[in-house]
Design a protein around this ligand. Sequence first.
Ligand SMILES: NC(=O)c1ccc[n+]([C@@H]2O[C@H](COP(=O)([O-])OP(=O)(O)OC[C@H]3O[C@@H](n4cnc5c(N)ncnc54)[C@H](O)[C@@H]3O)[C@@H](O)[C@H]2O)c1
Length: 262
Amino acid sequence: MGRLEGKKAVVTGAAQGLGAAIVERLAEEGCDVVAWDLNRAGVEQTARQIGERTGRKVYGRVLDVTDAAAARSAMDEAADVLGGLDIAVCNAGVLFAGDSIGFDIAQWRKVIEVNLVGYFITAREAARVMLKFGGGSIIQINSKSGKKGSYKNTPYCASKFGGIGVTQSLAYEFAEKNIRVNAVCPGNLLDSPLWVDSLYKQYSQRLGLTEAEVRQRYIDQVPMKRGCTYRDVTNLVVFLASDESGYMTGQAINITGGQEMR
Ligand SMILES: NC(=O)c1ccc[n+]([C@@H]2O[C@H](COP(=O)([O-])OP(=O)(O)OC[C@H]3O[C@@H](n4cnc5c(N)ncnc54)[C@H](O)[C@@H]3O)[C@@H](O)[C@H]2O)c1
């Protein structure tokens, strides 16, 4: 028996990276899942593979989290297909970093639109549907950058700080309705596509280091001397999704190997 046997879950930004790892872990723990992403081919393939491997019902569908009308109908459809809704993981996010003086404002706004407005849109839709089913657990994938400034990373930081405000406010609003809302604040997932496909290259150019040196530099910032793994994060997601965390709401929990102490 999994720790979330028979629960119904939705996950945003789930074609790859941490979102795909969350879908996989929820399915392993006994959930049926609707996985959403902008990337249709990617999310359909991820869902199919996880469904085959775990034997759970896993559906891959397109959803742009910034589209309020689409999110409304997608959440209703997901609850229909799954037969309810217990868990919503708001994971979709983008990161564009750069120096503030030259930062393109359209790109700055895009980060806020996806990470902050998109989070609010999907979380409120999840709450609306959970009200019909007697409650549930909403989990935002935030970041250590949601609590501490981050070098040349103003829009991402602003979006994640704002996300904690949304988490606390929704938690307050729905506390008496048995809907809990919490955030997870991971450290750097140094093996994720975000780093491997993009950030090592960006930071090596900016810092004048090789990509291996960039990786070591980020490991050295962590008291436990390693990057965050998907398993570290999904352990916390499962806990927050389960009744074991039943008295916790409005929290933003660090999972950083102690990095926020520095
Ligand atoms: N990778 C890290 O080191 C790290 C650390 C801390 C927190 N996080 C957070 O974890 C989450 C996932 O990050 P990741 O590293 O897996 O990123 P990723 O870029 O690998 O995956 C993000 C996914 O979100 C999707 N997406 C982007 N915009 C979307 C939109 N408007 N609607 C729906 N889907 C959309 C993308 O298509 C992609 O599949 C993000 O919220 C990120 O801020 C990541």
